[in-house]
Design a protein around this ligand. Structure first.
Ligand SMILES: NC(=O)c1ccc[n+]([C@@H]2O[C@H](COP(=O)([O-])OP(=O)(O)OC[C@H]3O[C@@H](n4cnc5c(N)ncnc54)[C@H](O)[C@@H]3O)[C@@H](O)[C@H]2O)c1
Length: 282
C-alpha cells in the first residue's frame, strides 16, 4: 500500500515508518520537522491548503494514497499554552481528516490517547480494567482526542466505505527510555497512567494491525502492554489507588489496568516488548 504517516519524525512516527517500510509498504512521512529526502515531505498540517495538497499528490513523492496514519500532534499539555494545544491539535486533525475525505482516502488510522479515558485519574474510573467504553477528558489535549473521535464517528456517515480506527495509546516508551522503570516497585509509579505503558515498536505493530483489519466504520482500541509497568500486583494497586471501584474481571497478577482485550481479540494485538526484559538496571 501507499501510506502517508503524519508526525513521521516523532517518537511513534519513526517506529511506525520503520515498521511499515519493513513490511514492504511505500511510506510518505509528513511532518513539520525532518530532513528533506525521498519518502518525506515537510508540511504544516495546521494549514488546510498544504494538508489537502500533500494528500492529493506531491511531485516526486506520490500521486495518490491508499491509506493514512495520523500521528501528528503536540503530544502533551504544558509544552505550549493550553489553548494553543487545543487550537493546533484540533486544526491539524480536522484538516487531516477532512482533506483525507476530500482526497478519497478511505482508510485512516489515528492516534488517540489514554487521556481520552480519564488520565491522570484523579477521579476514579467507574470500573477496572478501563476499557474503550469509558471516555473522560481532563485537559485541552484530551479534549481534542475526544473531539477527533466524535468527528470520525460522523465522517464515516459521510463516506460509508470509510474506515477510521482510533488507537488509544497509553504512555509510549522508546527503546532507550526504560530508565524510569527503576522505580517500578514504588506503588506511586505510573499512578496517573493506572500503571500502563507501551513500547513505541508495539505502538507501530498496533498501527500495522489496524491498517490490515480496517473495516468500514469507526472503531476505538486501547493500546498498551498486557502487563502493568508497576512491580506491585495489580489487584493491590487497584485497591490502593481506587478503593471501592469495582474490578469487573479477574486480574492476572501483573495484568494492565488499561484493558487491551478488544485489541487482542479483534486485531490480534499482543505487545512484544515488555519492561521486565527491556529495563536494564545500571
Ligand atoms: N507519547 C505518548 O506517550 C503518547 C501517548 C498517547 C498518545 N500519543 C499520541 O501519539 C501521537 C504521536 O505521539 P509522539 O509521542 O510520537 O509525539 P512526538 O511529539 O514525538 O511526535 C509528534 C510529531 O508531530 C509533528 N507535528 C506536530 N504539529 C504538527 C503540524 N502542525 N504539522 C506537521 N507536523 C506536526 C511534530 O513535528 C512531531 O514530529 C500523537 O498524536 C500523540 O498525541 C502519544
Amino acid at each position: 500500500m501507499r501510506i502517508a504517516v503524519t508526525g513521521s519524525s516523532g517518537k511513534l512516527g519513526r517506529a511506525t515508518v520503520d515498521r511499515l517500510r519493513a513490511e514492504g509498504h511505500e511510506v510518505l512521512g509528513l511532518d513539520l520537522a525532518g530532513s528533506a529526502g525521498v519518502g518525506f515531505t515537510r508540511v504544516d498540517l495546521t494549514d488546510y491548503g498544504q494538508t489537502l495538497d500533500a494528500l492529493l499528490g506531491v511531485t516526486a513523492r506520490h500521486r495518490g494514497l491508499d491509506a493514512l496514519v495520523h500521528l501528528a500532534a503536540i503530544p502533551v499539555n504544558g509544552l505550549v499554552p493550553d489553548a494553543t494545544t487545543f487550537h493546533s491539535n484540533m486544526a491539524v486533525s480536522f484538516n487531516v481528516f477532512f482533506a483525507a475525505h476530500r482526497a478519497g482516502i478511505r482508510t485512516i488510522v489515528y492516534a488517540s490517547s489514554i487521556t481520552a479515558a480519564g488520565f491522570p485519574f484523579e477521579d476514579a474510573p467507574p470500573y477496572l480494567p478501563v476499557d474503550e467504553q469509558y471516555t473522560a477528558a481532563n485537559n485541552t489535549y484530551a479534549l481534542v482526542k475526544v473531539m477527533e473521535a466524535a468527528m470520525a464517528g460522523q465522517l464515516v456517515r459521510w463516506a460509508p466505505e470509510a474506515s477510521f480506527t482510533a488507537l488509544r495509546f497509553t504512555n509510549i516508551v522508546a527503546a532507550g527510555d526504560y530508565g524510569t522503570f527503576a522505580r517500578a516497585a514504588d506503588p506511586t509509579y505510573r499512578r496517573d497512567l493506572i500503571g500502563s505503558y507501551v513500547d513505541a515498536r508495539d505502538g507501530a505493530l498496533a498501527v500495522s494491525l489496524a491498517l490490515r483489519h480496517a473495516r468500514p466504520g469507526h472503531e476505538v482500541f486501547n493500546i498498551a502492554a498486557p502487563d502493568s509497568g508497576n512491580a506491585v500486583p495489580s489487584a493491590e494497586l487497584a485497591a490502593a489507588w481506587f478503593p471501592g471501584t469495582p474490578v469487573r474481571e479477574p486480574l492476572g497478577e501483573y495484568e494492565s489496568l488499561f484493558s487491551t482485550r478488544k485489541a487482542q481479540e479483534v486485531l490480534g494485538f499482543r505487545a512484544e516488548h515488555l519492561w521486565r526484559a527491556e529495563y536494564v538496571p545500571e
